[in-house]
Each structure stands twice: as C-alpha cells, then as structure tokens.
Design a protein around this ligand. Structure first.
Ligand SMILES: Cc1cc2nc3c(=O)[nH]c(=O)nc-3n(C[C@H](O)[C@H](O)[C@H](O)COP(=O)(O)OP(=O)(O)OC[C@H]3O[C@@H](n4cnc5c(N)ncnc54)[C@H](O)[C@@H]3O)c2cc1C
Ligand code: SF4
Length: 610
C-alpha cells in the first residue's frame, strides 16, 4: 500500500515543517508534508473565511476564527476547568491530570499555530543557555548564545522581524557588526512612551540586594514595518533589503505593512504579521518538489526493530472534517521529520514507541505561566491600537536572584484590560446593564474608562521538570481513534516566587506613575495559585516547549543538537519541544533558529555527509 518514496516526509505544516520543506526543496529534494488540518488551508479564500469568522464571533479567543475539526481536534482555552485530585479533567481535547491545568492551546490547520500567534520575536540571553552553571537551576543547553547567533540572524530573516538592534543589546545579547533586523522597528505605542518617560532613572531594589535601573525596550516583532535601506549580511551571507510592504516578484508573499488593526491574536486581516503560509508559499516555489497533503492525520511512525531506523509513516486520510470513516495510508522516505508542536510531537512519538533510551520523551513540558497586573492610569494613554505589545521592561530577565526565583519579562500591553478583564466588552456591559447608561453619556463614560486602561504581563521562566509531562493512555481517544494528549502539569514554587517579585515591581511602577491598581484574582478561577500567602491567576502563553529536548548525550536528551533522534538515525523531531529550558523570551524565534540548524543537518545527512 506504499505510495511514492520521498527524500523526506514532514509531519505538520506549521512554521517548523514549512521551514524544513523550504530548505530541503531549495536543494532540489522531493518533500511530502502530511498535514492534519482540512483541505484548502493555504488558499486565499480560506484565509478570508477565517477573517470573516473572526469578525462574526462574539468570543474572540485564539482558535475562534478556525473551524472546529473533529477529525483533528485542537485544545481550546475555553475548555480549561478545575481539576479535582485523582480525577482528570477530560472536558476538552487534553486529558488534564493537574495538579494545575495546562492553559495553553495550539491550532491544527495548515499554517499551524502561527496563524494566531502574537508575533513577539525575542532572542534568549547568553545566561539563559547556562542556568545550571550560572544559577544552579534547570539544565545547561548543549550550545551557547554565540553558537546560535548566526541561526538567530537567519531566523529573523525567514520570519521577517522588525526591530531595533540598539534597544535589544541587553543582558549580554549582541548582534554581528554588519547585521541588522530585516525591517525598521514597529514604533513604541503612546502608552509605552508614557511608561518610559515615567520610569526614567527609576531604580528597583530587589530583596537579594541587587538593584536594577528600569528601562523600556522595543520588542522585535514578526510583522511588517518599513524596509531597511541598503544591503547587509544575514548569517554571514550578503542579502538584499527585505521587501516588506507593497513587495512584488520574489517578495510578493510578504503581506501588507502593519496598519494597527489590533487583532493579531487571533488573526491579522492583512497578513502583516508573519504566518507559516508565507513560508509554505516560498517552499512551493523552490526547485525541488514540495507536496502538501492535508486531511492526513499521522497515526504511527514505524521502525525496524533491528536497526531502529524509521521504515514508514502511517496516516489516516479523512474525506471531510468529522467524517465517520477514513482511509489508512502509508508513505516512505529517506528521512522523517516530526513537526507537529511540542505536545503532539511527544504524543505521536510515545504512541509509536519511539525514542526510549533517555526516558525524557514527553517530559519537561514547559510554558510561560502568564500573570497580569492592571490598573487605571491618571491620564488617557490611548490603548486598543496597534499590535498587542510593542515594548517591555527587560531588566528582570536575568540576575543573581535566579538562584532562588524565576526571571521574568514584564510585557507592556497595548490592548488595555482586554485579556485581563475582557475589556471593552465588560465595560460596555457594566455601564449599560449596571448603570443603565446609553447615548452620549455612555460614549463619554466609555471613552473615559477605556482610555485609562493599562496592563503589564508578567512572564516567568518555568524550570524543566520530569513530572510535567505528556503521556498517552489508550482509554482516551479522539474521533479518529487517535490518542488524546494526557498532561501532568504544575506551576512550581520557583516560577511562583518570580511572579511575586514581578508583581511587587509592577506595584512600584504603578505607584511612581500614579496608576490605581485594579488587579483582582478570583480564587475560583482554575488558574488560581498561591505562594507565600499571596494568590494570583496564571494563564497559558501558548509557548508549549521542552518535550523532546536536544542534548549532548543520548542518556539525558531525546535528540542531538540538530534534532536528530539518538535512537532512530533517520528521524528528526523539531519545534519548541527541542528547547531544554524556556527562559523569559517567547520561544518561536529560538525554535526557528534551531529548526534552521536542524534543516542544515538533515540536508547533510541526505547528502550522505553525516
Ligand atoms: C495565542 C498564542 C500566541 C502566541 N504568540 C507567540 C509570540 O508572540 N511569540 C512566540 O515566540 N510564540 C508565540 N506563540 C507560540 C507559537 O505559535 C509556536 O511556538 C509555533 O506555532 C510552533 O510552531 P510549530 O510549527 O512547531 O507548531 P504548530 O504551529 O502548532 O504547527 C504544527 C502543525 O502540525 C499539524 N499536526 C498536528 N498533529 C498532526 C498529525 N498527527 N499529523 C499531521 N499533522 C499534524 C498541525 O495541524 C499544525 O499545522 C503563540 C502561541 C499561541 C497559542
Ligand atoms: S496590529 Fe493589525 S495590522 Fe498589525 S499585525 Fe496586528 S492585526 Fe495585523
């Protein structure tokens, strides 16, 4: 029943799969991408239908533009509930053992989860790669910042990052002399600049005796601004200016220039924000042949018991979402790549009995347990315009305090209390239903209340723990008979202590700027946790990571530095699951750097050079 034999079969058409396909096809390889999502996902009309669905839906959560697909279900943030001890929460796609709920999601459509990412593209700091040596916490990476730096440059080029080099050289981050971000930075918002002015020269004394002087830096972002002039080098190679807005010819895939529609999560209506469809469209234009086969849910990776090599991939091809039947198919290749997101990669590999040696497969599941502090500014600050965040306080992303407490990134938000309190919908409901306001009076009050809303997001690092894990249990299956991910997850004391320190810093900033703190945390919320007698609510950041970490030894990692399985030498596992630690940066840029490195290693292997 085998079909054509390929140079490589890639499972998953998100950014990880798309990038590997593009790199291999550029070398003339024949590549098949098997994608679980419904047909038509890469077509313009489908994208338009997502935008229309977004406009029509009342509840604008990350997955709301993308139609529910019973044949390839995705987790939803709306399904998260409390977990009673000893009784898993099975209400959503995940089977949640707890003790805390895993609050993040992902999307199984062509283009993957980047369809609704925010676009934040930060590099990790040098100490983030060596937290065990520097602070006695987590694990050291098998490579350093300097090892990854040329791949960061290529990753920023592939995604198309707008940024300001001078504002991002903190905590040891450095750039090569003749390199700059592909596009000019997205400007700081009015509120960012108000915060920056307000905290100028402000010092924060931490309980461990360290003092930090606050700064506000622009966030590098995967969204189009204006192209930079002149040519420069990326990964040591000379490149023409990045095309960005209004681009034609080879750069036509790049989408429009960001015009501030403020709906990046869940969808950018004009594709100013990067999504993986852009890379897929480039992959399809390479000299090799790339085929995307959607409605194809990979079910099993087959191996040869004697050699460990992968011999084929079995997938279920469904005729339409929710179809009661499906066809079993099998395909073969010289190399196989799992690129289905950290949780699905681990699930598929575990269900196929892969990568047994280290015992680390599925373990060390991490996210950023995201906590919000919000308040009313003493003046209007113009929220609800532009991307969700354009700047942050980077000062607590590293420091000696990491021996005891998690580092945090303090993210300045542009969308008022939207994420924290469902503003402005909740404001309208309160004023209409609670105070019976309408007409000009309602408009005036709304303007007044909404215009003063500020919020800071606290993003703590989370340590890898063997107890936080993905597993499979034959008792829990989806409508195609595929296992649903079973999750054990806890937000540990280290992250909680980091959050408390972050909350104290936010309070000092609020006091300095005269912001009235309006943060409240409902003890009945499933994400309510406490530390040292203080409670708060965390949310998921969508940064699922750590489940198939890279390493220098087959005994404590799942793959080598290039994502090649220690146990199956023609199998690669790529995506955020490769990250040994998560630090405080949103992970996709680092993941992309690793994916590009993996693609180069895979191409070498196909050439028979390694
Ligand atoms: C709300 C939200 C906001 C985010 N914002 C940011 C941000 O600002 N910055 C940042 O760095 N990161 C962000 N992220 C994280 C980012 O989206 C992920 O890191 C990234 O999408 C991972 O890419 P991937 O290709 O590895 O996986 P995905 O993008 O999830 O793609 C996986 C693909 O595999 C397919 N697939 C799954 N199972 C199967 C199967 N069995 N067979 C065949 N195909 C399969 C899926 O359909 C999908 O197309 C955010 C995430 C969320 C949820
Ligand atoms: S702010 Fe608007 S135009 Fe800019 S990336 Fe977000 S949704 Fe797209």
């Amino acid at each position: 029943m085998s079909e054509m034999h390929y140079d490589a079969v890639i499972v998953g058409a998100g950014i990880s799969g798309a990038l590997i396909a593009k790199q291999l096809a550029a070398k003339g390889r024949n590549v098949l991408i098997l994608e679980a999502g419904a047909d038509g996902g890469a077509e313009a009309s489908t994208y338009r239908s997502y935008v229309d669905a977004y406009h029509l839906t009342e509840v604008k959560v990350p997955n709301s533009p993308y139609p529910a697909n019973p044949s390839a279900p995705s987790p939803s943030v709306l399904d998260v509930g409390p977990i009673a001890p000893g009784r898993p929460d099975t209400a959503g796609y995940f089977v949640q053992n707890g003790p805390n709920p895993f609050r993040s999601n992902y999307t199984r459509v062509t283009g993957g989860t980047m369809m609704h990412w925010l676009g934040t593209c930060l590099r990790m700091q040098p100490n983030d790669f060596r937290t065990r040596s520097a602070y006695g916490q987590g694990v050291d990476w098998p490579l350093s910042y300097d090892d990854l730096a040329p791949w960061y440059e290529r990753a920023e080029w592939e995604i198309g990052v707008s940024g300001d080099k001078s504002e991002n050289e903190f905590g040891g981050i450095h750039f090569s002399k003749d390199y700059d971000f592909p596009m000019e930075p997205i400007p700081k918002s009015f509120s960012d600049r108000w915060f920056e002015e307000g905290v100028r020269g402000m010092e924060v004394a931490l309980p461990n005796g360290e003092t930090k002087t606050l700064s506000v830096s622009t966030t590098p972002q995967g969204r189009n601004s204006t192209p930079r002039k002149g040519s420069y080098k990326v990964g040591g190679e000379k490149q023409p200016p990045y095309g960005a807005a209004g681009a034609t010819g080879a750069y036509a895939f790049q989408g429009q220039r960001c015009e501030g529609n403020s709906s990046c999560v869940p969808i950018c209506p004009i594709q100013a924000k990067y999504n993986a469809l852009k890379t897929l469209s480039q992959a399809l234009r390479q000299k090799g042949r790339v085929e995307i086969r959607s409605q194809s849910v990979v079910s099993k990776i087959e191996t040869d018991g004697a050699t460990g090599r992968v011999t084929g991939v079995v997938y279920k091809r469904y005729e339409f979402p929710g179809a009661p039947a499906w066809e079993m198919k099998r395909v073969t290749a010289d190399a196989y790549v799992l690129a289905t997101n950290a949780i699905e990669n681990a699930k598929l590999a575990l269900a196929s009995g892969l990568c047994p040696t280290s015992g680390q497969l599925g373990r060390n599941l991490m996210d950023h347990p995201y906590v919000m502090v919000w308040g009313r500014a003493p003046r209007p600050v113009g929220p609800f315009r532009g991307p969700g965040s354009t700047a942050s306080f980077p000062d607590f992303r590293d420091g000696g305090f990491r021996t005891k407490k998690a580092a945090v990134r303090l993210e300045l938000a542009n969308w008022g209390w939207n994420f924290a309190a469902n503003a402005p919908y909740s404001d309208v409901a309160r004023l209409v239903e609670g105070e019976y306001l309408f007409g000009p009076e309602l408009r005036a009050r709304l303007r007044d209340e909404v215009q003063h809303q500020v919020r800071i997001g606290i993003m703590p690092e989370q340590l890898p723990s063997a107890l936080n894990r993905v597993s499979v249990n034959p008792a829990y299956r989806d409508s195609l008979g595929e296992p649903r991910p079973v999750l054990d997850y806890a937000v540990d004391a280290y992250s909680r202590a980091g959050v408390l320190q972050g909350m104290d810093i936010c309070q000092q900033i609020f006091q300095r700027l005269g912001i009235e703190n309006r943060s409240t945390y409902d003890p009945n919320d499933p994400g309510y946790v406490s530390e040292a007698g203080r409670g708060f609510v965390y949310f998921g950041a969508g940064h699922n990571a750590g489940t198939h970490r890279i390493g220098a030894s087959r005994h404590d990692s799942v793959t080598d530095l290039d994502g090649r399985s220690w146990d199956h030498d023609n199998l690669w596992l790529v995506g955020c699951g490769a990250m040994p630690t998560i630090a405080t940066s949103n992970p996709t840029l680092t993941m992309t750097a690793l994916v590009l490195k993996a693609a180069a290693g895979l191409e070498r292997a196909l050439e028979g050079k390694s």
